[in-house]
Design a protein around this ligand. Structure first.
Ligand SMILES: Cc1cc2nc3c(=O)[nH]c(=O)nc-3n(C[C@H](O)[C@H](O)[C@H](O)COP(=O)(O)OP(=O)(O)OC[C@H]3O[C@@H](n4cnc5c(N)ncnc54)[C@H](O)[C@@H]3O)c2cc1C
Length: 387
């Protein structure tokens, strides 16, 4: 029996663990006892009752052990994981799926701003207050947060502060709809503003100070330093560099999936931090591990982007068609229809995990049509973004 230890039970790690097959003993290590629907954290902040599902709901009936503990170090030479609870867990194969967290390195952010990692405190703070909210970050996460709060707390004054234009990777139609939808919700967009540091209730920016009762930081995401500290080959953002089977370039018994991996797909490019790519990547890593255990050469990852989706409160959404490489096409679906599709996509992540519990092959993802095998390319330094 090969012992596969999966670090992190988020979208990617859980997908890998559930897709692994017979002949593998699987242990999942995660700080939390619950799976967090991270893609709904902005909904939770605005009042959704819960985004947590006990991990046991996904693992029951499966031969998967769960360890609730925090990973503090990895020793790849001794194939051992160390935890905050004093455990030493040895592995034959390690799957590194520790995800990402909001990057709080801008001065004052850690002290004076809320992030999705402290969603419960943010939710209570917004609920208890009466003043304005400033959301920093014009990527999809910041946009969704600002829209959700503006809809849930009309008249409070929600500002979206962003260095670039919000949603700058959307099509012209997509951007137009986004601008109109944010305006309708009463979100004041402040594009072209760089925040240099954060004080209590105050953003210090290159365009002057911005005051707000509550500051939410959603500008960028960063990964844990554990992989780099362990001596694994990582890119300039600390993500593990992997080949087209998700195997570490430096340590063949380590695989990396999800936000913590720097994945390059020929014809697609560097995958962005997203659950849209994290789950397919997680599934493919499991298939590669299973193939190698059976003495077969694993296939290379085949994945393509298909759509990007943005929720704009509960009553509107934007579905943006994209090419394989994530660049926008002109086609968009807007309004209530967009909200409906986005909701189905959010639900499908959890229903896919539930299905994987019952049948390892009950999961499908969009693939590129290839006439012949595409030569693989090593991962280079990253120019990818998070959503
Ligand atoms: C508000 C918001 C909305 C989003 N919406 C979308 C969307 O619509 N579509 C989309 O594709 N993406 C979306 N994303 C991005 C998406 O959530 C992430 O890309 C995705 O969660 C990454 O999956 P993952 O499995 O790599 O990491 P995660 O889902 O973050 O899971 C990582 C796991 O590792 C555990 N962990 C971390 N460190 C340790 C440690 N040291 N020891 C033990 N356990 C640890 C955590 O507890 C967690 O369970 C959104 C993100 C946010 C914040």
């Amino acid at each position: 029996m090969t012992h596969v230890v999966v670090l992190g039970a988020g979208y990617a790690g859980l997908t890998t663990a559930l897709r692994l097959g017979r002949g593998q003993r699987v242990t999942i290590v995660d700080t939390a006892a619950d799976f967090t629907e991270r893609i709904r954290l902005h909904e939770y902040v605005a009042g959704r009752p819960s985004v947590s599902i006990p991990l046991t709901e996904f693992t029951k009936g499966r031969d998967i052990a769960t360890v609730r503990d925090t990973v503090t170090a990895i020793d790849p030479e001794r194939r051992t994981v160390h935890t905050g609870g004093g455990r030493e867990i040895t592995y034959d194969i390690l799957v590194y799926a520790l995800g990402s967290r909001t990057d709080t390195r801008t001065p004052g952010v850690a002290e004076h701003a809320f992030t999705v990692e402290n969603a419960s405190e943010l939710r209570e703070r917004v609920r208890a207050g009466a003043g304005s909210v400033a959301v920093v970050g014009g990527g999809l996460t910041g946009i969704e947060m600002a829209a959700e709060l503006a809809e849930a707390y009309p008249g409070r004054g929600v500002e979206l502060v962003t260095a670039d234009a919000p949603g700058d990777r959307l099509s012209v139609k997509g951007k137009e709809y986004l601008r109109a939808a944010l305006e309708r919700l009463g979100v004041t967009v402040r594009p072209g503003v760089r925040v240099s540091h954060v004080d209590e209730g105050m953003l210090r920016t290159d365009k002057g100070d911005i005051t707000a009762e509550v500051i939410v930081w959603a500008a960028s995401f960063a990964v844990s330093a554990l992989a780099a500290e362990a001596g694994l080959d990582v890119d300039d953002r600390g993500r593990i560099r992997v080949d087209d089977t998700l195997r570490s370039l430096s340590h063949p018994d380590v695989y990396a999936v999800g936000d913590a991996a720097a994945v390059h797909v020929p014809g697609v490019g560097e995958l962005r931090m997203s659950c849209a790519s994290g789950m397919p990547v997680g599934a493919h890593a499991a298939d590669a591990i299973t193939a190698r255990a059976a003495g077969r050469e694993p296939a290379q990852l085949n994945f393509r982007y298909f759509i990007q989706c943005v929720s704009l409160g509960r009553r509107a959404g934007l579905i943006q068609a994209v090419r394989a490489d994530d660049s926008p096409k002109e086609w968009v679906l807007r309004g209530r229809a967009g909200a409906f599709v986005k909701e189905q996509i959010c639900r499908s992540t959890v229903s896919s995990l539930r299905l994987l519990r019952r049948t390892r092959h009950g999961y499908w993802w969009p693939k590129r049509r290839t006439r012949s095998a595409v030569p693989s390319a090593p991962t280079g330094s990253s120019s990818t973004s998070s959503r």
